[in-house]
Ligand binder design. Structure first.
Ligand SMILES: *Cc1c(COP(=O)(O)O)cnc(C)c1O
Length: 408
């Protein structure tokens, strides 16, 4: 482990807590990450010093809040290497960002067009497209997954056609931790004339994203999985696409002029930001990005890959355990497994682990189709962050042994 990460846990006050009489081992980072003290302090500082509404104020505090929010937008722009800061739209989260696109793009699709998603998607990258498909009479096609949890790319090639309008795929699966070949997907989809949305909710905390290098049309993520506050999300979209899309919600901030006859819309990004945003959260996302940058993605990926490998090795030494996507080409950040015992649910395992202070997620992880693919109702998922250490994994392994004993 690099020197940089030696004391990283100390930046996270919540990790010093005892849960059920045991030091917390937090392995539910794919659901949400904990927040460093810099983010917590920045949120407090905002409310203590400059809290006021953005954009419409002539007074000093309103202007300060506006400047800080726009600076945060710029920091997201640099973070993703977007061309323009107004290609960054503040939303409530990944779900909100995908809904925005699935609504806004309505005027760019026609009856009979096709949307391609995958068997690995989170419900939030399925349901908004089903709504759109229903409204506009489109068809949804699904890239299947092989037994290892990898997308079957030959099938993707077969599904792609000049009818394909949208391809929407997650970068990293939240249920299995599988990393999808998005570069290849984007290139092929563009060749077929389709737009591509990448759901990066599980990717941004683990690896550097460069939207220009990817040439992706939309990239979305949630701040709360990136050491930032909840209720904040990002939609990156290419300028020309965002320009031609219709607004998602109507209200204040998103207009140029309102009359009862006709309303004209504000320019980007405000066209898509109706109403008072999560000002504090949007501002503080910048501090979360600074936290990541101070460590650096190289250090983060190297550490997290080591932890994942360690966890996989240790877990696979346990008898009667099923690890999903164990042979997938490339995984990151999460590990899904089940105990191979009759009548034992993933929630039973999660419950016993919790009593030992170990927080994991159980169930279908908002991804029922991939659970169905493997013929299961759910899994136990341990997911990692930059502060996850080998000691945490050792405690998980100990916990799993104990759980097995208790349930046998
Ligand atoms: C968490 C997650 C979402 C949904 O994010 P919200 O913050 O709940 O809107 C979507 N896709 C993936 C892959 C996720 O992990």
């Amino acid at each position: 482990m690099t020197e940089k990460l030696k004391d990283i846990k100390k930046q996270f006050p919540i990790l010093e807590q005892q849960v059920n009489g045991k030091t917390l081992v937090y392995l539910d980072n794919a659901a949400t990450t904990q927040k460093p003290i810099s983010v917590i302090n920045a949120e407090e500082q905002y409310y203590k010093t400059i809290n006021s509404n953005v954009h419409r104020g002539i007074h000093t505090l309103s202007q300060l809040a506006t400047v800080e929010m726009e600076e945060s937008r710029k920091s997201v722009q640099e973070f993703l290497n977007a061309k323009k800061d107004y290609e960054i739209i503040f939303t409530k989260g990944t779900t909100d960002s995908i809904n925005l696109v699935a609504n806004g793009i309505e005027n760019l699709v026609n009856e009979g067009d096709e949307i391609i998603i995958s068997n690995l998607e989170h419900h939030s990258n399925i349901v908004p497209w089903q709504f759109l498909a229903e409204r506009k009479k489109l068809r949804i096609k699904v890239i299947p997954v092989d037994d290892n949890g990898d997308l079957i790319m030959d099938e993707f090639d077969r599904l792609l056609s000049d009818k394909t309008r949208i391809v929407s795929i997650n970068h990293i699966s939240n249920a299995l931790g599988v990393v999808n070949p998005i570069e290849e997907i984007i290139t092929k989809a563009h060749k077929a004339g389709a737009y591509v949305l990448i759901d990066g909710a599980q990717a941004v905390s683990h690896r550097k994203i460069d939207v220009q290098a990817l040439d992706v049309d939309f990239y979305v993520f949630s701040s709360h999985k990136l050491y930032g506050p909840t209720g904040v999300g990002i939609l990156y979209g290419k300028e020309n696409l965002l320009d031609s899309m219709k607004p998602y919600q109507g209200g204040g901030e998103m207009i140029k002029e309102v009359t009862f006859e006709k309303t004209t819309y504000a320019d980007l990004p405000f066209k898509f930001e109706a109403g008072t945003p999560n000002i504090a959260g949007n501002i503080v996302l910048k501090n979360a990005i600074e936290f990541i940058q101070a460590i650096g993605y190289k250090t983060i990926s190297k550490h997290e890959d080591t932890i994942l490998k360690y966890a996989k090795d240790k877990l696979s030494q346990i008898d009667d355990i099923i690890i999903y996507a164990q042979k997938a080409k490339y995984c990151s950040g999460a590990l899904s497994f089940n105990l191979n015992l009759d009548n034992v649910h993933s929630s039973d395992v999660g419950f016993i682990l919790d009593k030992q202070g170990i927080a994991v997620r159980t169930g279908h992880h908002c991804a029922q189709p991939i659970m169905k693919r493997f013929g299961i109702k759910g899994t136990v998922r341990a997911s990692f962050a930059v502060y996850t250490m080998k000691e945490d994994i050792d405690k998980l392994i100990e916990g799993v042994y104990l759980t097995q004993k208790m349930l046998k």
